[in-house]
Design a protein around this ligand. Structure first.
Ligand SMILES: [Zn+2]
Length: 356
């Protein structure tokens, strides 16, 4: 009898355990999963925001954002400014969106010649470095043997120029190998020139993009306490700062400010306290007003009509003061304010300075 009771008790115990253990296990697994994803998420956020995100300009294209941490990682590893890697990726294949093989045989995300990738001591091939397709240039052992620039950066056993991780790392490796300490990356015979021997059409193009992708910061420019005021209440940015393509001619041209749309006759405000230093007709701009601010920066406002201007040269204006009304004067397709910020006489990306 006693034996039977004990047997039942044990069986009861077993029932209880079999029910509770999986539940406990599931809860534990759930917590581990949540913690894991949280750490992944937070880790990634830290990666892009803390040290480097502040340097990325608002003109850095949306379609390239997915490669940003890759440029930064490869740049850090080889000591190459990340924006140069991004600019080369842009110029070579439009951020990997045009991966067709070039006329001379360059391939992949950053358009390497086969022999630059696998090593120039590899026998045969064309003078420019194209090899027959039968040669497996993705073989890391082959690259190690012939001293090429190809890298298996993602550790999948292949150094693949069509893999963005491998290609961007190889580009960084190549630039670093051709760079001497303190040298200008864009010098007429510098590292970027080594990448593609065309100063006017290649080096300067890469340079323009690279400069556009980062916010230039110098020690002597401080962003005013609360930033600049957005000069049009309720205005919308209709065209950002940066390189843009004319839809008709297809020509790339630098847009040196931001366009803010709202409507004809809408008040335009001074972005901060300052003195009006220019107030005149200007070709393309129709009419323009320039205000000098205490921090050394200047703001420029354009496309107004003369009769809508409320200030004169020499006027002291305060932040928010209405200086003119919105127009469509000059090279303009509709009423908008073209707004620029200048430092040392050159336009810079206004967005980091604007507070809405
Ligand atoms: Zn504009």
């Amino acid at each position: 009898m006693e034996w039977l009771i004990r047997q039942q008790e044990i069986r009861k115990d077993f029932h209880w355990l079999w029910l509770v253990l999986p539940i406990l296990g599931a809860i534990f697994l759930g917590i581990v999963c949540i913690l894991f994803f949280l750490s992944l998420f937070m880790g990634r956020e830290e990666d892009t925001s803390i040290s480097t995100e502040s340097e990325v300009s608002s003109a850095f294209p949306q379609e390239a954002r997915k490669y940003l941490s890759l440029y930064q990682e490869a740049g850090r590893k080889y000591g190459v400014p990340w924006e140069i890697l991004a600019a080369i990726h842009k110029v070579e294949t439009d951020f990997g969106r045009d991966l067709s093989v070039s006329s001379v045989g360059a391939s992949g995300h950053t358009q390497f010649m086969d022999k630059t990738w696998v090593g120039w001591s590899y026998p045969g091939g064309t003078r420019l470095g194209d090899l027959p397709d039968s040669v497996d240039i993705t073989n890391p052992k082959l690259i190690a043997k012939y001293g090429g620039m190809g890298v298996d950066a993602n550790g999948d056993g292949k150094a693949n120029p069509y893999d963005p991780v491998d290609a961007i790392h190889a580009t960084a490796k190549y630039l670093a190998a051709n760079h001497s300490k303190g040298e200008d990356w864009f010098a007429p015979n510098g590292p970027v020139y080594d990448y593609n021997h065309d100063y006017q059409n290649y080096v300067l193009k890469v340079k323009r993009y690279a400069e556009q992708f980062v916010v230039a910061t110098t020690a002597n420019t401080s962003i005013p306490g609360d930033g600049f005021l957005f000069p049009v209440v309720g205005g919308k940015i209709t065209s950002p700062y940066g390189m843009r393509v004319n839809p008709v001619t297809g020509v790339h041209r630098m847009h040196e400010g931001v366009d803010i749309g709202k409507g004809r006759g809408v008040p335009i405000m001074a972005a901060d306290d300052g003195v009006v230093v220019e107030n005149r007709a200007a070709s393309g701009y129709g009419w323009m007003i320039v205000i000098q601010h205490a921090n050394g920066l200047r703001t420029l406002y354009a496309h107004m009509y003369k009769e809508d201007v409320k200030v004169r040269v020499g006027n002291q204006v305060s932040r928010g003061h209405v200086i003119a009304l919105m127009g469509s004067n000059g090279r303009s397709t509709g009423p908008h304010l073209h707004f620029e910020i200048h430092r040392n006489g050159a336009p810079i990306d206004p967005m980091p300075f604007i507070k809405r």
